[in-house]
Ligand binder design. Structure first.
Ligand SMILES: [Zn+2]
Length: 500
């Protein structure tokens, strides 16, 4: 480790998936409309005399995000005008929030993992504030001409600012990933970075070890359009600033952009041309109160959040923390696992004989493993992903059950799963049709086992003389003789009986 350490804060913008836009009744197409200027009206194109009316759903979504992030929710809030000129901003100002954001002083706790997926610790990043504003339009450059599309103008945009609590590029990436997962669980935005629905910026400064972590000069980094860009961009900037400082230079306060192709940051704006936005209260929208009873109602409506779900999977189903963490990242897959688990629970109840805790855990873990490996691989190889998924939770649970009971071995299970994935078929039918069932009939296996014992007098003697490992060889011979269709547990049992 060198002489300098980074201090990083994030600014994240998220488009909210409301039905209509932030201040008018136009459809909110989340910037995905095919034809330009389709969802527009006098309000979102800034016509004189048009009056903005705030979107209650957007305010609700912002409060829910704040509650999920342990924020303080303001009792009173208001909108302000942020004045600047840009061709994609029809009013000449953006309606935003300045001194009274809806949420403040929260935090996000997230897990840090090493490259192989093992959890190495937890980190807590403070949330300074979350406020609500409107998105801008888009400029489209065509040859020599520049066109403007106002479909995106006035789409609700939530801005979240963190405390400077982040200490590495990897942590920043992890924070953004967990934040997106949270937004998806809340159902307030798909937060797809590639579609511009979630945009991340980082403030990066370096300080000398032993000094105040906030003593460095802040550089703002923009154009981070993917999680990978967040990590690479910040890494590059830390290296760049380290080099400047190490060679006796000065880091300037400036805004830099990330060039994904060239893999470097470049100067966009220096401090001298920083904007003075001359914020003032939006005169067309009255300040509003957020009653405690209303906020409490929204708190009750919060769904189970990713961290809670992960911990519950560990506790309720005995899953390993790593597996639970991976499952939770895919909300649909996590739901599927729960449905399968509940089918397995029903089956255990019906079976009558009591499953002890260990057996139960084994069964759930087996289901999770199959979902995370065999199933996930097949799903990610398919174009439609989960959309075209055909296996019902009931049928999948049935497959887990027959694997657990040793009716089929693991290679047969792969074949069965393959057919199920294609057709959605019932696993028992597939096993029967393809003749994949393991032979567990002791009488049927008895003759083959007798023959193996006679043919292998050496290992047989070894076993009788106390070399317990020799039984493995004999089991292997029976398995080969039956082309893998014998149930190895039964074979072992019969062998031991015959040799005792
Ligand atoms: Zn409109």
């Amino acid at each position: 480790m060198g002489k300098y350490r980074p201090t990083i804060g994030m600014e994240v913008h998220v488009e909210l998936a409301t039905k209509s836009k932030m201040f008018c009744g136009c459809k909110n197409g989340m910037g995905q409309e095919k034809s330009p200027n389709k969802n527009i009206c006098p309000v979102c194109t800034g016509q004189p005399g048009a009056i903005p009316v705030p979107n209650a759903q957007a305010i609700e979504f912002t409060i829910q995000a704040g509650l999920a992030l342990d924020c303080h929710i303001a009792k009173e809030s208001k909108f302000d005008r942020k004045n600047y000129f840009y061709p994609d901003l029809p009013k000449g100002y953006q309606i935003s929030q300045f001194d009274k954001p809806i949420c403040s002083r929260g935090s996000l706790k997230f897990t840090l993992k090493s490259d192989d997926g093992t959890v190495v610790g937890t980190e807590k990043v403070g949330i300074t504030r979350i406020h609500l504003e409107e998105d801008t339009g888009k400029l489209v450059h065509e040859g020599k001409n520049t066109l403007v599309d106002f479909n995106r103008a006035c789409v609700p945009l939530m801005e979240l600012v963190t405390d400077p609590d982040i200490n590495s590029a990897a942590e920043a990436k992890r924070f953004c990933e967990d934040l997106r997962l949270l937004f998806r669980y809340l159902g307030i935005s798909p937060a797809d970075m590639e579609k511009g629905q979630m945009r991340c910026e980082a403030n990066i400064s370096l300080y000398e070890v032993g000094k105040d972590p906030l003593s460095g000069t802040k550089v703002e980094l923009k154009n981070l359009n993917s999680f990978r860009a967040v990590e690479r961009g910040i890494e590059y900037e830390i290296e760049r600033q380290t080099e400047v400082l190490t060679s006796g230079g000065v880091v300037h306060q400036e805004t830099r952009g990330w060039d994904e192709k060239k893999g470097r940051t470049f100067l966009q704006r220096s401090k001298e041309d920083a904007h003075d936005y001359r914020y003032f209260p939006e005169p067309d929208i009255a300040p509003f109160k957020l009653e405690e009873s209303y906020v409490e109602l929204l708190r009750e409506k919060l769904p189970e959040l990713p961290t809670e779900k992960r911990n519950r999977f560990v506790e309720q189903f005995g899953l390993k923390l790593e597996n639970a963490s991976i499952l939770v990242v895919n909300k649909e897959l996590a739901e599927y696992f729960e449905n399968v688990a509940s089918e397995l629970e029903n089956w255990m109840k019906e079976e009558g004989h009591s499953f002890n805790e260990e057996d139960t855990k084994k069964l759930f873990r087996l289901a999770a493993n199959y979902i995370l490996t065999e199933l996930s691989r097949r799903i990610s190889d398919t174009e439609g992903g989960m959309k075209d998924f055909k296996i019902s939770a009931e049928n999948f649970a049935e497959l887990i059950k027959i694997v657990y009971e040793g009716e089929i071995n693991s290679s047969a299970a792969q074949t069965v799963l393959g057919v199920m994935f294609e057709t959605g078929a019932d696993p028992s039918h597939v096993v029967e049709e393809k003749g994949l069932a393991q032979t567990s009939d002791e009488g049927e296996l008895g003759d083959i086992i007798e023959k193996i014992i006679t043919d292998n007098s050496g290992p047989t003697e070894d076993y009788k003389n106390g070399k317990e490992n020799a039984i493995k060889f004999l089991v292997g011979q029976v398995m080969a003789a039956t082309k893998g269709s014998a149930n190895p547990q039964v074979v072992k049992k019969v062998l031991m009986e015959k040799l005792s």
